[in-house]
Design a protein around this ligand. Structure first.
Ligand SMILES: Nc1ncnc2c1ncn2[C@@H]1O[C@H](COP(=O)(O)OP(=O)(O)OP(=O)(O)O)[C@@H](O)[C@H]1O
Ligand SMILES: [Mg+2]
Length: 242
């Protein structure tokens, strides 16, 4: 059983048929890069994987848990699936450490010194071991996004979803966040990554999925995809982003 099974998934928003029979599997340790034009359904697909959106047809199973089953505890699912968005959404009145440990403290009822230790380890992992007591306003965008990644990691997720995690950052801050993501990938984290950073996708992804009009239009290893794109749509996309 793959860690994530996405089987014939359909999604409608009213008349808008946004996902049209999307099927793929993600094995433990895979790094799947989702690329495609605006509106092709990339974010919607990620949001369906952690139950932020309900699907209209098909099936999504994450770590053996049927996402759309009424019996599924979505809160529990989201603890196994970390998500990092374009906007970091840190709590402005809480320190980096408190942002990182808020959820584990609330849901796992860990003790104060344990929380401090957890914050320290998680922030260390994103290169911010010296910023435990910094407030978000004292951190750069790149540092805030790394705190957001540490916050997701603090729940020990099985899977990490990244939706354009670097798109809101000043160009000079993009690299530090991509490096953290690359470290995670190298440590064996399973990841689904929506990105416009083609160099990153090329270097880090185990598979690239090109989405177009709600479908996986073309897929393959980064070498094959970027080396010899096959469909005219993906060829055009590659030309438009490099
Ligand atoms: N909550 C929503 N309600 C209604 N329509 C939505 C909603 N979310 C997304 N859509 C529509 O679904 C389609 C796919 O959107 P989605 O955000 O998944 O695209 P995307 O590939 O992530 O695009 P982008 O690169 O711009 O982020 C679009 O037509 C969008 O308008
Ligand atoms: Mg999107």
């Amino acid at each position: 059983m793959p860690l994530v099974l996405i089987d014939s998934v359909e999604k409608h928003f009213g008349d808008n048929h946004v996902l049209r029979g999307v099927s793929t599997e993600v094995a433990k340790g895979d790094i799947v890069a989702l690329v495609g034009r605006s509106g092709s359904g990339k974010s919607t697909l990620l949001r369906c994987v952690n139950g932020l959106e309900t699907i209209s047809g098909g099936r999504i199973v994450v770590d053996g848990v049927d996402v759309q089953s009424p019996d599924t505890d979505l809160a529990l699912l989201r603890r196994r699936v970390g998500m990092v968005f374009q906007s970091f959404n840190l709590f402005p009145h809480l320190s980096a450490a408190a942002n990182v440990t808020l959820a584990p403290v609330l849901t796992k009822k860990i003790a104060k010194d344990e929380a401090r230790d957890l914050a320290s380890r998680m922030l260390e992992r994103v290169g911010l071991g010296h910023k435990l007591d910094a407030m978000p306003s004292q951190l750069s965008g790149g540092q805030q996004q790394r705190v957001a990644i540490a916050r997701a990691l603090a729940m020990s997720p099985q899977l990490m979803l990244f939706d354009e995690a670097t798109s809101a950052l000043d160009p000079e801050l993009v690299g530090e966040v991509l490096r953290v993501m690359e470290d995670l990938a190298r440590d064996g984290m399973t990841m689904m990554v929506v990105t416009h950073e083609m160099a990153f996708a090329r270097r880090v992804a185990s598979e690239v999925l090109f989405m177009n009009q709600g479908r996986i239009w073309e897929r393959g290893t980064p070498e094959r995809m970027f080396g010899s794109p096959q469909t005219p749509e993906f060829q055009q996309f590659v030309q438009s982003v490099v």
